[in-house]
Write a protein that binds this ligand. Structure first.
Ligand SMILES: [Cu+2]
Length: 469
């Protein structure tokens, strides 16, 4: 005690002690939670404390600011009900973190000591599991197994060292079915501390989560019991045309990191370029395991990071390849009416079903142009106005815009691509030759039966297979 007191009175040392004791008082309080009101894609959050790194861009999202407290990076997540605009004119009542669903992206550097304050403002208990992290078992966030649940109104503290660089996520591990169906999830990036042989420096680094909701047309709150029949297939709780484009400079090295927290797999497809899968939630992949792809499946609970050099200018579609996942909410069990001429019988049908309308006799694309009377707060099934008309897409769809003139670090939308003369598809206006008929049966592995027992003609009925609830 005497020694301490003497040191305290010695000039510089005394000042240092005083400064640290003042900050200890201030730092004993919780970090102020930061909340985000808009679903816009925020510019990358360049770190102004701690080790430097090249920040990511969260599609229709943002990175959570932190404070340094005696060398520890402190973040404050608040689990709470939020209103998320899924597309212009369509808002959903979800649960999330700090004002949005998904919650903000957490960005740290390998070796950082991280302290997460988690405040529960939900009507039920929760936890956070730090998916993919190496951490002490007691920080793993599994309610009942590794910790008591965080009751409403309570705050818990998680603290661990971010040991492994890579692509991670966070989500509750308490009443998961409800809480994930309501939108509780977020992204986590641990940047490498020094140059890593398997982690390339990139010019643009995008992140988003694949999620899904079941919201009845006209309703605001997701149904939480749904297991497979989701009707909104979203990226970061947004649906096309509400998903921002990924804007890059020609010849940029681009990384896209995705995590799947839906109940099914999503084959993610990039137009115009080949990419390599350079990492999973287990870390960067060895170079010997990388091969070129244009589609890669992201299974449930997985994360994948794609990398490519964006060398081809244009507006390149980027979407889930399941065709039902590039559509928005629709009534289930709609019979296929393609080829059915039913205009003539409408007045008869109207006697039975007053609201009956003629639709979809040439396919479903008509519905993107038809001004159908829909309930309030409903996204159109397909839409998005492109430079050549309706894109006829919804759900998990966006565009990678590659431009020679995009400035480094500029993530703003450059507008539509102008195709150089003579490089776009055009209408043939000459005469059409008669199609030549297939004349021989010799090409078949077995000859066809001379006379089928009975003529059978099958009509494809689609969409179908949905169960009525
Ligand atoms: Cu999909």
């Amino acid at each position: 005690m005497t020694t301490n007191r003497r040191n305290f009175l010695l000039g510089g040392a005394a000042t240092a002690v005083a400064a640290s004791s003042v900050s200890r008082v201030a730092m004993a309080a919780l970090p102020e939670p930061v909340s985000q009101a808009t679903p816009n894609t925020m510019p990358p959050l360049v770190p102004n404390t701690g080790r430097h790194y090249n920040p990511v861009v969260t599609l229709n999202g943002w990175t959570l600011p932190w404070r340094m407290n005696n060398g520890v990076k402190e973040f404050h997540l608040v689990a709470e009900p939020v209103v998320r605009e899924m597309a212009p004119g369509f808002k959903a009542h979800l649960w999330g973190y700090n004002g949005q669903s998904p919650g903000p992206t957490i960005e740290v550097v390998e070796g950082d000591r991280v302290r997460m304050f988690v405040t529960n403002k939900l009507p039920e208990r929760t936890t956070i599991h730090w998916h993919g992290q190496r951490l002490p078992n007691g920080m793993d966030g599994v309610a009942g197994l590794t910790q008591p649940a965080i009751e409403p109104g309570k705050t818990f503290v998680y603290e661990f060292i971010a040991r492994r660089p890579g692509t991670f996520m966070y989500h509750p591990h308490a009443d998961e079915m409800t809480q994930m169906a309501m939108g509780m999830m977020g992204f986590w990036i641990t940047h490498p501390k020094v140059a890593h042989p398997l982690i390339a420096e990139v010019d643009r680094d995008f992140v988003f989560l694949l999620n899904a909701y079941d919201i009845e047309p006209g309703a605001y709150t997701p149904k939480i019991m749904t297991m497979l029949d989701f009707n909104l297939w979203t990226w970061n709780s947004r649906i096309f045309p509400g998903i921002d484009s990924l804007n890059v400079r020609q010849n940029d090295r681009v990384r896209i990191r995705m995590g799947n927290l839906t109940m099914t797999n999503h084959p993610m497809h990039v137009h115009g370029h080949e990419f390599f899968v350079t990492g999973t939630d287990g870390g960067p992949t060895p170079k010997s395991t990388r091969w070129p792809e244009v589609t890669t499946d992201v299974a449930v609970g997985q994360m994948r990071q794609l990398e490519f050099v964006a060398d081809a200018e244009g507006d390149w579609a980027f979407h889930c390849h399941k065709s039902h996942h590039t559509m928005n909410a629709m009534g289930h069990a709609v019979p296929t009416m393609i080829g059915v001429e039913h205009r003539g019988v409408v007045s008869e049908i109207n006697k039975l079903i007053p609201d009956y309308m003629v639709m979809a006799e040439r396919g479903m694309a008509d519905m993107t142009e038809m001004e159908m009377p829909v309930p309030d707060n409903t996204a159109r099934m397909m839409g998005g106005e492109g430079p050549f008309g309706s894109v006829e897409m919804g759900g998990m769809f966006s565009v990678i815009k590659v431009r020679a003139g995009q400035k480094p670090g500029d993530f703003s939308d450059p507008g539509w691509y102008k195709h150089p003369a003579g490089t776009d598809a055009f209408e043939w206006t000459g005469s059409l030759a008669e199609p030549s008929r297939f004349a021989s049966e010799g090409g078949q592995s077995m000859p066809a039966r001379r006379k089928p027992a009975r003529e059978i003609e099958v009509r494809i009925r689609k969409p179908t297979g949905h169960m009525e609830h």
